[in-house]
Design a protein around this ligand. Structure first.
Ligand code: HEM
Ligand code: HEM
Length: 180
C-alpha cells in the first residue's frame, strides 16, 4: 500500500515550537507591566530556544541543523526561484526557512541576554541598554512577521498546509522534483 503521509516534525520539534510561540507572546504581553513575571517568561523563552538548539544535534533527520542550514549559494538560488514562483518543494525546512530558524533562535537568545544585562549593577539605570532590549524585541517581531508570511506563501505555492504539519508532524511524501 502506498503511504500518503510522511512523519517530518518529531514531537519535541512541535512541542518546542508551540511553547516558544506561547512564551514570546506572553513575554510581549507582560513587557509593560512591572514585576518579575516578564523576566521569568523571558528566561523561559530562552530556555526553550536553548532546548531547540540542543535538539538540533540530537533530533530526527529533519530536526537537525546539519540537514537544513544551507550554504549561501543554494539559499540565494532558492530565493530567486521563490521570486519566480518556481521554488521546489522541500520535505524539511527550505533554505530560507532554515536560516529563519537560526535568526529566530539567535534573536531570542540575544533578547534574553539583553534583558538580563539591563538589570545588572553595571547597566542598571542607563537608558541605552533598555533601548537595545527594545530594538531586539522589535527585530524579533519583524522576523516573526516575515516567518509567518513565508509559511503562508510556501503553503499557498505548494498547496500544502504547513501549519497543520507543525501540529501533526506529517507532510505529503516526496513527489517528482521535490527536494529534501
Ligand atoms: C513568536 C512567534 C514564533 C516563533 C518564535 C517561531 C519559531 C519557529 C521556529 C524556531 C521554527 C523551526 C521549527 C523547528 O525546526 O524546530 C518554526 C517553524 C515553523 N513555524 Fe514558527 N514561530 C513563531 C510563530 C509561528 C506562527 C504564528 C505560525 C503559524 C501561523 C508558525 C508556523 C510555523 C511552521 C508551519 C513552521 C515549519 C516551517 C516549515 O515547514 O519549514 N510559527 N517556527
Ligand atoms: C525573550 C523574550 C523577551 C521579550 C520579547 C521582551 C520584550 C520586552 C519589551 C517589548 C519591553 C519594552 C516594554 C516597554 O515598552 O516599556 C521589555 C522591557 C523589559 N524587559 Fe524584556 N523581553 C524579553 C526578555 C526579558 C528578560 C529575560 C528580562 C530579564 C531577565 C527582561 C527584562 C526587561 C525589563 C527589566 C524591561 C523594562 C525596561 C524598562 O523599561 O526599564 N526581558 N521587554
Amino acid at each position: 500500500m502506498k503511504r500518503n503521509k510522511l512523519k517530518v516534525w518529531d514531537a519535541p520539534v512541535r512541542l518546542l515550537h508551540w511553547s516558544l510561540v506561547a512564551s514570546i507572546v506572553a513575554a510581549w504581553w507582560s513587557s509593560d507591566r512591572s514585576g518579575a513575571a516578564h523576566e521569568y517568561i523571558g528566561y523561559a523563552a530562552a530556555a526553550i530556544a536553548l532546548a531547540r538548539l540542543l535538539w538540533g544535534f540530537a533530533g530526527n533527520r529533519y530536526a537537525r541543523f546539519a540537514q537544513f542550514v544551507r550554504a549561501p549559494a543554494p539559499t540565494v538560488r532558492y530565493l530567486k526561484a521563490v521570486a519566480r514562483g518556481r521554488a521546489a518543494r522541500h520535505i524539511g525546512h527550505n533554505p530560507l526557512g532554515g536560516w529563519m530558524v537560526v535568526a529566530l533562535l539567535a534573536s531570542i537568545t540575544l533578547l534574553a541576554i539583553s534583558g538580563w544585562a539591563l538589570g545588572t549593577d553595571l547597566l542598571w539605570g542607563y537608558a541605552w541598554p533598555v533601548r537595545v532590549h527594545l530594538a531586539l524585541a522589535w527585530l524579533l517581531a519583524a522576523l516573526v512577521a516575515l516567518h509567518v508570511s513565508g509559511v503562508l506563501l510556501t503553503s499557498w505555492q505548494h498547496r500544502e498546509n504547513l501549519v497543520g504539519a507543525m501540529i501533526t508532524g506529517n507532510k505529503k511524501p516526496p513527489a517528482e522534483g521535490d527536494l529534501d
